[in-house]
Design a protein around this ligand. Structure first.
Ligand code: SF4
Ligand code: MG
Length: 329
């Protein structure tokens, strides 16, 4: 069966005075219809760059895809003309970002902005677009949509702005919603409401979601599958249950240990010592070696292959080289 979205051995480089720097190296993942896929990692792991490349929105002249492919229902997005790609953006794939203030125009009222995003993707007249804006705003849980249509973005709270952004993203009923840290700027209660809303929309509309986050708690609550990224590579991926119950990669284990536990007793959180290395300093061997408590000699010199654990749970780490099959290297 053709996957909805497939990223196949994708590598991305940034231009730099002393030569190109590879910020994403050979990542592969797939998204099925109606599924929520989490991409999790610390900042600098390459999550946002990956999602920008799916939209073909990498800053031109600065960053480019140098290897691999991105396919929507089997069709390469990288081969499309800019006008074909414009149809994909918004119609089939929509995005929401961490700070909706940057995506909303501060000088126009909310109503006008939603109407315009509807009319960009359809042949609807002003009146029809107005009616649909009201419906969309109620669908995202805004109780007095007519009133909200008449205000400016700065008059809304962060949570309300994010609801408006989701309404705009949903205007064209996209097959895929890419949400890059959609709740990071919000407080915990509002964060839970927005995640709830995304789950609800997905159920009603069947939208597939790529959720980019540094927060494993958000992944646990929202996603079906998860890819863990570290230093421009995917280091582990699998079903959420399998990965949370039985994490394999020492980095994933570290991330899980640094999550607050709600078991009743307060346990001391273990942060992973050190930082994601800068792309110009990625090691030849395993990129996590400088922070890994299980490091072996081989890790410093040889980049580990991807090993298959079970049912699509795989992990890029030498610890598993004896016991499992190579998924790919
Ligand atoms: Fe740690 Fe080695 Fe596995 Fe890398 S390959 S995560 S250094 S054990
Ligand atoms: Mg980011």
């Amino acid at each position: 069966m053709t996957k909805l979205l497939e990223i196949d051995q994708l590598s991305i480089e940034f231009a730099n005075a002393s030569g190109p720097i590879r910020v994403v190296s050979g990542i592969s993942l797939a998204l099925e219809s109606g599924q929520t896929l989490g991409i999790v990692g610390e900042s600098g792991s390459g999550k946002s760059v990956t999602s920008l490349s799916v939209m073909r929105l990498l800053p031109s002249g600065l960053a480019r895809v140098v290897e691999g492919d991105i396919r929507l229902r089997g069709q390469s997005l990288l081969d499309m003309s800019e006008s074909q790609m414009q149809k994909v953006r918004g119609n089939q794939i929509a995005t929401i970002f961490q700070e909706p203030m940057t995506a909303l125009n501060p000088v126009f009222k909310i109503g006008r902005q939603i109407r315009e995003s509807i009319r960009q993707h359809s042949k609807k007249g002003k009146k029809e677009a107005h009616q649909q804006s009201i419906e969309l705003l109620s669908e995202v849980g805004i109780s007095s949509p007519e009133q909200i249509m008449e205000v400016y973005p700065h008059q809304l709270s962060g949570g309300m702005r994010q609801r408006v952004m989701i309404a705009m993203a949903m205007a064209s009923n996209p097959e895929i919603l890419i949400a890059d840290e959609p709740t990071t700027a919000l407080d915990v209660t509002i964060q839970a409401q927005i995640l709830d809303l995304m789950r609800k929309l997905q159920k009603v509309r069947g939208t597939a979601i790529i959720l980019i986050t540094h927060d494993l708690g958000v992944v646990a609550e929202t996603c079906d599958r998860v890819c863990v990224m570290y230093a421009g590579q995917i280091v582990e991926q699998g079903d959420v249950q399998s990965l949370f119950k039985n994490p394999k990669h020492p980095y994933t284990v570290g991330l899980l240990n640094s999550m607050p536990q709600f078991s009743g007793e307060m346990e001391r959180l273990q942060a992973i010592a050190g930082q994601v290395p800068h792309p110009s300093e990625f090691a030849a061997g395993c990129r996590f070696a400088s922070r890994c408590p299980s490091k072996m000699d081989v890790c410093e010199h040889i980049d580990p292959a991807f090993y298959d654990m079970n049912d699509g749970h795989s992990c890029k780490c030498h610890l598993y080289r004896e016991v499992t099959n190579v998924a790919y290297s």
